[in-house]
Design a protein around this ligand. Structure first.
Ligand code: MV4
Length: 445
């Protein structure tokens, strides 16, 4: 097992990793920017190293500074958390060159899944259902039109370097292809330095359901069932739950097996998530694979009684897993509490938290790094807490979440608490009858 892990991240996930390390008897090193000097991850770690000024480009993305911090403190592994360097293959490669274990898959795996067209053809070859479309990249507008005509409109153009919606365009009729092609190409070229596009049949009104998997260094893979992440706004998830209200035992079996097959076929090591689009007829299609621990991992932990960070660290250290799949025994919902004003288009609202009362009690988990008197820096993402409710049934989990949201007091800044209060009463949510289109028409009362 590792002796000392450096956590190359900040906020709640840094704290989350430190907590598990402590339970495992592993020493911890925090790294921090000057804006985060008063953060809890700095206080809770055994050691802390300042790696640069507030902008992430000079701190949490500063590879030489992070590697130096690991060398100075003699850390034998780095946990990247999510975001920042978590899916940076160059960073994974540099860790390896310095004989520091990157807690995640090999650099080649990150590259393979990071290029969406490559990821898709890899999955298709492994027998995982994919959305009908181009075989790899499309070379010209003429080719795109020809393929779209054959498949039938609507279609969607996607950036191979994309993810999270960037460089993506729906095309509903041939006349619109040229404009969509040009704008998707220039947007992805500017954002990723790679303007390769591929084309798919557009799935109308889909659900976003993902399967959590874990693989060890010996080729054993297990799935840990699904999370429904369909409540998103501009590709930012707001609420996640498990089990999905749209799921059936039969579909879970099929999607779980497909996810295991996918991960096995690439010899995947570590925790990962296979994202699927699910249409109204419960056809499911591979969308993307995330090669990191995700924000919403706690809901899975709560319904299967499993510490995902602990298991992630164990497989990184070369310990084998049983290969047993896990199925939800409870219902869990996560509300992302962001420092944003839901009445003003979710505008960021950084600043000082003057008063804080976190909810508690049976079935409530709050993953957060904030405290009364803490100032939220404007430099990073706006998530300040994850509120997780766990109960025997979905109805009880919603009731618990409503109760906990009412207990949550956060003063000095605007938060998404009022948004979640409304959502927990919203008919479509309460009925479990929502898709990725839900937030398009949502309005605060
Ligand atoms: C799609 C789609 C419909 N049809 N692909 C959005 C982000 C990227 N991961 C893929 N995305 C989509 N791909 C086809 N062929 C609709 C979306 C999509 C979406 C997917 C999941 C969650 C929220 C979404 C919001 C808008 C569009």
């Amino acid at each position: 097992m590792f002796n000392k892990i450096l956590i190359a991240n900040r906020g709640e996930i840094a704290l989350r990793v430190i907590r598990t390390c402590k339970e495992m008897g592993i020493q911890t090193v925090a790294v921090y920017s000057t804006a985060d000097k008063d953060s809890l991850h700095v206080r809770f770690a055994d050691e802390a190293v300042c790696i640069g000024p507030a902008p992430s480009s000079q701190s949490y993305l500063n590879i030489p500074a992070i590697i130096s911090a690991a060398e100075i403190t003699n850390a034998d592994a780095i946990h990247p958390g999510y975001g920042f360097l978590a899916e940076n293959s160059k960073f994974a490669r540099i860790c390896k060159e310095h004989e520091i274990k990157f807690i995640g898959p090999e650099a080649e795996m990150i590259d393979k899944m990071g290029d969406k067209a490559t990821a898709k053809s890899t999955m298709k070859a492994a027998g995982v259902p994919t959305i009908p479309g181009s075989d790899g990249l499309v070379d010209s507008i003429a080719e795109a039109k020809k393929l779209a005509k054959k498949m039938g409109y609507p279609v969607i153009l996607k950036a191979t370097a994309g993810g999270g919606g960037k460089g993506m365009r729906e095309v509903w009729k041939e006349e619109d292809m040229e404009k969509a092609w040009d704008s998707a190409k220039s947007e992805s070229g500017a954002a990723f330095g790679n303007d390769g596009l591929y084309l798919e049949k557009f799935v109308v009104n889909p659900r976003h359901i993902e399967i959590q998997i874990i693989g060890d260094q010996f080729g054993t893979v297990a799935h840990l069932s699904e999370r429904d992440c369909s409540v998103q706004r501009r590709h930012q998830k707001l609420i996640e739950e498990t089990p999905s209200p749209f799921m059936t035992d039969e579909l879970r079996e099929k999607m779980g097996n497909a996810a295991v097959k996918a991960a096995k076929s690439i010899n995947y090591e570590g925790v990962g998530t296979i994202e699927f689009l699910v249409d109204s007829d419960r056809n499911f299609y591979f969308m993307e694979m995330n090669t990191r621990i995700q924000v919403e991992h706690p809901i899975t932990e709560e319904v299967i009684n499993y510490d995902l960070i602990r298991e992630q660290i164990k497989v990184a250290a070369g310990i084998e897993i049983s290969g047993k799949n896990y199925f939800p025994q409870m219902h869990a919902i996560e509300c992302r509490i962001n420092a944003e004003d839901p009445y003003k288009n979710f505008m960021p609202s950084p600043g000082k938290i003057t008063e804080l009362h976190k909810p508690g009690g049976h079935g409530i988990r709050v993953d957060t790094h904030v405290y009364a008197g803490y100032s939220i820096p404007p430099n990073y993402d706006s998530m300040i807490a994850k509120l997780i409710a766990v109960a025997q049934t979905r109805e009880e989990a919603i009731a618990k979440m409503r109760r906990a949201l009412k207990e949550f007091v956060i003063e000095g800044i605007k938060t998404t608490v009022p948004f979640h209060k409304q959502m927990m009463k919203e008919k479509a949510f309460v009925d479990g009858d929502y898709t990725t289109k839900f937030m398009d028409t949502f309005e605060m009362k």
